[in-house]
Design a protein around this ligand. Sequence first.
Ligand SMILES: [Cu+2]
Length: 246
Amino acid sequence: MLEKLVPRGSTYAADIDLLFDVITYLVGFWFILVFGFFLYCLFRFRRKAGVKAQYITGETHKQKMAIEVPHYLILGCDVVILIMTFFVWHKVKIDMPTPDEEVRIVAQQWAWSFYHAGQDGILGTEDDIATVNELHIKAGTQYKFHLEATDVMHSFSVPIFRLKQDAIPGRIIYGHFNALDTVIGEWDIQCAEMCGYMHGGMGARLFVETPEQHAEWIAANTPDHLKTASIAATTTQESKEDAKNG
Ligand SMILES: [Cu+2]
């Protein structure tokens, strides 16, 4: 249901959606059943002339079963939801797949700072690319993120990934995502934790790029003196080809 509103953009988005669907259908089924029965009773047992109301104590076996059977059926539904939740929670929050790339995300009132690993693919080196309110990632790449907050609690929410993670001052919280290549383009990032009067304006843009687009973006944002031989060679090659084509 959800993918009709917001596309699924990460490897675990489908699992989260399935969980939402199962909960919606189970709760929806019981909601309709209970309210249907309630309305039926209101109509069927309404006040009639000459009919005295019955006093039911709920002590006979039959009366008890009317409560116990639905009770255990609903408990069974709860267990199904719990087991599914356990597996999805593990996949999204507990497992940490071996990352291909890392990115540091810093939340503050009221902006997001992103530190991309840069051309060497290693976070925390001189060629890191820092941006404000713009996260650039490569589709089909396993990312590990380091999430921090400098002032108050924030929450890193990426609807197409079905990802939401609190950022807490004084802690570095790790998580992961892997964008599908079906969502190449520009998407929303939003703070999902009330963090002050500009909380609603604390949005950022997520750019899901192909490896080529991403390499181009990195090359365009790396100062010349930090470009290593391989990137410098590609750039020279490109300029040679441009010269030829021109
Ligand atoms: Cu915030």
